[in-house]
Ligand binder design. Structure first.
Ligand SMILES: Cc1cc2nc3c(=O)[nH]c(=O)nc-3n(C[C@H](O)[C@H](O)[C@H](O)COP(=O)(O)OP(=O)(O)OC[C@H]3O[C@@H](n4cnc5c(N)ncnc54)[C@H](O)[C@@H]3O)c2cc1C
Length: 286
């Protein structure tokens, strides 16, 4: 199958991109890395009249650190999460998650913003935004606004991005030397979408956990923050008892659906095992 014929626009500013969307009367799709959109076009799951390529918009590029906050432009590619020194130092969860996202060819083209805009419930980067306490910067013709990850992921493939709006960048508190991070997932084959996955960003106070954020994916229609498990660990030293308490609390944090491939009970069990692995990965002195 081939994509339906479409017109192509390559704006060089956000204002031009919004004007192109308005001119198409909404029958348009933005494209970043094209790694999800192009297959959808080829299968005619989407057939817009106009494709608006965001690649020429300078404000959507680059990674910068200012006043304790890291700004990652939406056009930053998956592969850059592995190599960019600011991401490796201050957003270690993205660097740890990147090798699990698809395959090298896709990571060379796919963008972090494209993944966060699409919000596939089985994707790694959207859940890491939740674990990092990120804010998404969204542009509309009226200006830009920031939305916290907790409010951004709304339902299956539904985010706070409205029709015609553009995800410009992700902002997150820069992790420092007091932070420890862990990422893992369970997939049938390396590079496949995960059956269950998750990431943890914690701040340590000596051997104890001062604060902790745990986000899981592939356990529901949106990434899920495991608040019960977080509460079970806060202020405690990581040991067999605190890990077991967190695993027990996790049961109340997630409500996986049954699907054709994986029954809910199995996903629940895998999430519990995964949480134990993640916590044992954290570099906190016993
Ligand atoms: C074989 C295969 C395996 C894959 N495996 C994984 C995997 O394991 N994990 C994973 O997370 N992903 C996986 N992907 C998806 C891949 O990571 C995509 O690159 C990513 O999800 C989308 O990023 P993109 O830049 O390619 O977005 P595009 O394909 O360009 O766009 C995706 C959607 O988001 C919209 N969009 C894009 N950018 C913006 C923006 N800045 N503002 C508003 N809307 C925007 C587009 O209109 C489109 O609807 C896989 C893809 C393939 C083909």
């Amino acid at each position: 199958m081939k994509a339906r014929a479409f017109a192509y626009a390559r704006p060089s500013s956000l204002a031009e991109a919004h004007a192109a969307f308005a001119a198409a009367e909404g029958d348009a799709s933005y494209i970043s890395g094209g790694q999800s959109l192009v297959p959808a076009l080829a299968m005619r799951l989407q057939a817009p009249q106009v494709i608006i390529d965001l690649a020429g918009i300078a404000e959507m590029r680059g990674v910068a650190l200012a006043e304790g906050t890291l700004r990652i432009g939406a056009l930053t590619r998956h592969a850059e999460a592995l190599t960019h020194p600011l991401i490796r130092a201050h957003a270690p969860l993205l660097a740890k998650a990147a090798p699990f996202v698809a395959h090298p060819a896709i990571r060379n083209r796919g963008t972090i913003g494209g993944s966060v805009a699409l919000a596939d419930p089985a994707s790694e980067f959207p859940a890491m935004m939740l674990a990092m306490g990120a804010e998404m910067e969204i542009s509309s013709p009226e200006g830009s606004r920031r939305v916290a990850a907790e409010d951004y992921f709304q339902d299956l493939y539904q985010t706070a991005i409205g029709p015609g709006e553009i995800l410009m960048a992700m902002h997150m508190p820069a992790a420092g030397t007091a932070h420890v991070a862990a990422f893992d997932e369970m997939a049938r084959r390396r590079g496949d979408y995960a059956m269950v996955g998750g990431g943890i960003l914690a701040e340590r106070n000596g051997a104890a956990i001062a604060s902790i954020r745990i986000a899981l994916f592939s356990v529901g229609p949106t990434p899920v923050r495991a608040r019960g498990a977080e509460a079970a660990l806060s202020g405690r030293v990581l040991d067999a008892q605190s890990i077991a308490d967190a695993q027990n609390a996790l049961d109340g944090d997630i409500d996986p659906l049954d699907d054709a491939e994986i029954p809910a009970a199995m996903r629940r069990h895998l999430a519990r095992v995964l949480l134990g692995r993640l916590l044992r990965q954290l570099e906190i002195a016993p």
